[in-house]
Design a protein around this ligand. Structure first.
Ligand code: T1G
Length: 710
């Protein structure tokens, strides 16, 4: 069978002579990333500008709604070929003819660096520009650390590079990143008019390297010191933020070219760092997670009207998330007082934002105008999708779904926010199981980006596709999960939390556990998290599971002893830690240590020491092994789905990519060896996952399963 010759796609960079202006259009979907073809095209255009005497200027624009989304980050870690972005930027900046960039949509990373090497920049209303390299474990490696401070000053440049945030059109003009706010939505038209205006005015070329916003004074030096101190406090384990400060500091003391040499050295350190690999993996993984089989099999149904049943903490926050996405929301509660409380819970979120100046009262009024509340389920008759967020009890949920089945229109998607109940069982109580799905939000639901889309056996492909489209609309990171106790996240959490409990009973103090896990990169240790979310929640789960708990399973009672005293954590002033006068930061509690010692004695255990390294290895081995089971059983489609859940929902340090990615960096053979060593003490708990055994036997790693096409 002869394969048809690949159809040459249109060149990624087009040039057109428009009178005295060379119009250069970068056109490489989806984001005009600066891959080799684009770089070659830009180099060619720069040559054309230099050698064509009829040309007086160049205008650079992007096609497809973006300017340039940055370097092609898939190239990192592979041999990279010239021409490099930084050389193209230097040539454009040095051009004796005028170079202008007209920005529509994203101009990020290398895309903004390209624009900064132009002599003038025009932005359209929808522009979003920035240097987000720090989010990928990188730093601007094409002159951004040297040009941006010279254009906007050291303090502003540091804030933008260290936050990685996007700047809108108006702010860009206001801080000096852009010179003109263009009219309309066509970059070429607005850009060409601006170039002609500049040429007619005989506007000078303005190489950014000679801009003078760097003052080299005490204020600049103070900004550098403050940024360095802040990064030491906030991101002690990260590499690139500290190197960004070093690169920017060079603008105070070194000429531009020397600063560029330093930037290249620091950029290479970032490229070589495992943190760049972990962060770029995480970037792609959260996008890959949306690629589920059903997305190709089913067409998402339109969702404009959303119903939420239950106005408690979760229901209200889900309503806020839907309102923020521009949808209309109908909140239903069982009686008037509950409904009023629910509506007030929604209003409270916005009132808080207004009081902090992050929203105007008019914005709040506009958002709340799309919210209505009823105690009659009939109000849900128009809803395209209803999310049940009622009490976590199967009987309650079945009663709610019976009502939804009765009142909702045909084709409405019926979703439950349950965090562990059997959704197959819920679906089976309706006449439309194909329309039932799980949408497991994580508290606070209007802030946490993770959304587990839990797919019961009989769910229609279009219902799954609808759930993912709804997640996108709410700006969530959606991950497909199968039905089991705890789905992906909570199921694995319960296992590695037990590993921590075992270490506590065997000799590690709770506070050593938290210290070790924070040392790995978590913002909080597991016991701090328990105190934050409430020890009563875990206690209720353990009591629920007691009847069916495997008798071979080692059960540690320390957490029960603490919960029995009503020590639920921050909300009661003490849990694993003491919170004097409601302090947020807990203090170790000698009474907790006494409880631990008493439980050790009851269990006949002589405490032994644990190093931070062993705590980390046991905690992560348990996490990875259960993650392998979850993939093996098909609860998660791929290891990357487990990684996305833990990075976005459970505080796993993003620079390590996720538990499964991290396990690959350690080596699955080492992980298995650890588990086999730990199994000597407890073969029931430390039971190697069949998937882990298979991959080690085959000499493969988890990443080899991520490529599985869906
Ligand atoms: N390289 C390669 N692929 C990219 C990419 C990039 N820079 N950006 C996006 N993609 C892919 C993405 O994986 C997805 O693929 C598709 O494009 C659509 O992305 C030299 C070193 C631009 C705001 O950090 O923030 O420049 O899933 O779903 O919601 O100093 O993409 O379709 O197969 O996100 O419209 C710096 C990263 C790089 C920007 C568009 N730049 N990208 O958002 O689409 S390092 C960034 C984004 C650098 C220089 C340094 C967003 C976006 P697929 P999407 P979107």
């Amino acid at each position: 069978m002869t394969l048809a010759a690949p159809v040459a796609s249109s060149p990624p960079v087009r040039t057109e002579v428009r009178g005295r202006v060379l119009l250069v259009t970068i056109d490489l979907p989806p984001v005009n990333a600066l891959g080799l073809g684009v770089r070659q095209g830009l180099a060619g255009a720069t040559e054309q500008l230099a050698t064509d005497p009829s040309l007086a200027a160049m205008l650079i624009v992007g096609a497809g709604g973006n300017f340039v989304g940055g370097a092609d980050i898939r190239e990192f870690g592979k041999p990279r070929q010239p021409p490099f972005v930084r050389d193209i930027c230097n040539r454009l900046e040095a051009s004796p003819k005028l170079v202008v960039a007209a920005i529509q949509g994203a101009a990020l990373g290398g895309g903004l660096e390209l624009a900064l090497s132009a002599h003038y920049r025009l932005v359209l209303e929808d522009a979003r520009i920035g240097l987000p390299e720090v989010l990928l474990g990188l730093l601007p490696g094409s002159g951004g650390t040297q040009r941006m401070p010279r254009l906007v000053g050291v303090p502003v440049a540091l804030e933008l590079m260290l936050s990685g945030r996007h700047v809108g059109a108006h702010e860009a003009v206001q801080i000096g990143l852009a010179d003109r706010l263009g009219e309309g939505m066509d970059a070429s038209t607005a850009g060409l008019a601006y170039v002609e205006e500049l040429l007619d005015a005989n506007a000078p070329r303005r190489p950014s390297r000679y801009a003078t916003a760097v003052r080299c004074d005490a204020q600049d030096q103070a900004a550098i010191s403050a940024a360095r101190d802040a990064q030491r406090a906030r991101n002690p384990l990260l590499l690139s933020p500290h190197l960004i400060v070093d690169a920017v500091e060079a603008t105070l003391h070194q000429p531009f070219d020397a600063g560029m040499v330093l930037e290249q050295q620091l950029f290479q350190q970032c490229i070589d760092s495992p943190q760049r690999r972990g962060l770029i993996y995480a970037f792609f993984a959260e996008r890959q997670a949306a690629k589920v089989p059903e997305a190709n099999q089913g067409v998402a149904r339109a969702v404009n009207e959303v119903g939420v049943v239950g106005g408690g903490t979760m229901g209200a926050a889900i309503a806020v998330a839907a309102l923020n996405a521009g949808l209309r929301v109908t909140l239903v509660e069982r009686d008037e007082p509950s409904l009023q409380r629910g509506l007030a819970n929604v209003g409270k979120v916005y009132t808080g934002l207004v009081s902090k100046g992050r929203m105007t009262q008019a914005d709040q009024n506009a958002l709340m105008s799309r919210l209505s509340g009823f105690v009659d389920y009939a109000a849900l008759g128009f809803a395209d999708l209803v999310i049940e967020a009622a009490f976590e009890d199967m009987a309650v949920k079945k009663a709610v779904f019976a009502e939804l089945d009765r009142v909702c229109k045909p084709g409405a998607v019926l979703a439950t926010n349950t965090s562990y109940l059997d959704i197959d069982e819920i679906a089976a109580t309706t006449s439309r199981p194909q329309d039932v799905i799980g949408l497991h939000f994580f508290a606070p639901a209007h802030i946490m980006r993770l959304l587990e889309v839990v797919v019961p056996r009989r769910a229609g492909a279009d219902v799954v596709a609808t759930a993912f489209a709804f997640g996108r609309a709410l700006k969530k990171v959606a991950v497909r999960a199968g039905v089991c106790d705890g789905f992906i996240g909570n199921r694995i959490l319960s296992v590695y939390r037990r590993a921590a409990d075992y270490m506590i009973e065997d000799g590690a103090s709770p506070y050593e556990i938290d210290d070790a896990i924070r040392g790995f990169g978590y913002p909080m240790g597991p016991l701090q998290v328990s105190d934050l979310s409430g020890g009563d929640i875990g206690w209720a789960t353990r009591k629920r599971q007691a009847a069916t708990r495997d008798p071979r399973q080692r059960y540690v009672q320390v957490a029960d002893r603490i919960a029995e005293r009503g020590w639920f954590g921050q909300k009661t002033g003490r849990g694993w830690y003491l919170y004097p006068k409601g302090a947020r930061a807990g203090e170790p509690d000698p009474e907790v240590l006494a409880i631990v010692q008493k439980e050790r004695s009851r269990a006949g255990i002589v405490a032994r020491d644990f190093t931070a390294g062993e705590i980390e290895r046991r905690y992560l081995a348990a996490m990875v092994n259960e993650g392998a089971n979850v993939v093996h059983e098909g609860i998660a489609l791929r290891p990357l789905d487990v990684d996305v859940v833990f990075v976005h929902g459970f505080g796993f340090p993003r620079f390590r990519g996720g538990p499964m990615f991290y396990a690959d960096t350690v080596g699955l053979g080492q992980i298995l060896s650890d588990i086999e060593t730990f199994a000597k003490d407890d073969p029931h708990f430390w039971h190697p996952s069949p998937l882990l055994l298979r991959l080690v036997a085959q000499g493969r790693d988890f990443s080899s399963l991520n490529a599985a096409s869906v």
